[in-house]
Design a protein around this ligand. Structure first.
Ligand code: HEC
Length: 145
């Protein structure tokens, strides 16, 4: 029993580290490409920065097993997708990415309500994958302009 829980803990920690790296990569990617030829809009919606803050707060809440904070930040992340500023692109695919992302934040909030730390950690990882997928889509569309 003890070894099984040690295994789960080790796995959870590895997942958290992997997703932290991913989220940092999302942020670093932005700075890294700032000097490139692709023109960056000067007025990036503030909602994108708020999104990153909430995502980092979710990671903190996971690490501290703070279910109330977890649910709050997951819910606020989901709510952001419904703001006008979120709608950067009007393509059906962008809408689909937004819906996929919203589904993961809903799952995350539900796992937080259920006090399911392992489930919430998996949902966090799945949500982070959605961050990356949507950014890749946005870059692809921009590159085609
Ligand atoms: C449905 C699409 C979509 C999803 C999902 C998404 N983003 Fe974004 N993100 C964007 C768009 C669009 C931009 C702005 C790109 C641009 O205008 O050049 C952006 C920009 C950003 C930026 C740069 C902001 C700035 O100030 O330059 C960060 C950081 C970011 N997103 C973090 C995240 C994180 C973290 C997640 C997941 C929790 C996430 N995003 C999920 C679409 C998305």
């Amino acid at each position: 029993m003890a070894s099984r829980s040690a295994l789960v803990n080790g796995w959870l920690m590895a997942t958290v580290i992997a997703t932290t790296t991913l989220v940092s990569a999302v942020a670093a990617d932005r700075t890294g490409t700032a000097g490139n030829s692709a023109p960056q809009p000067s007025q990036l919606p503030k909602v994108m920065q708020i999104k990153l803050d909430h995502a980092q707060a979710v990671l903190q809440a996971l690490a501290l097993e703070d279910y109330a904070a977890l649910e709050r930040h997951a819910t606020e992340l989901g709510a952001l997708t419904k703001t006008a500023a979120w709608g950067v692109l009007k393509t059906p695919e962008y809408r689909r990415h937004s819906e996929d992302f919203l589904r993961e934040t809903d799952n995350l909030a539900a796992a937080a309500r259920a006090g399911d730390l392992t489930g919430a950690t998996l949902d966090y990882a799945a949500m982070t994958v959605r961050c990356v997928q949507c950014h890749r889509h946005v870059k692809g569309v921009r590159a085609a302009d």
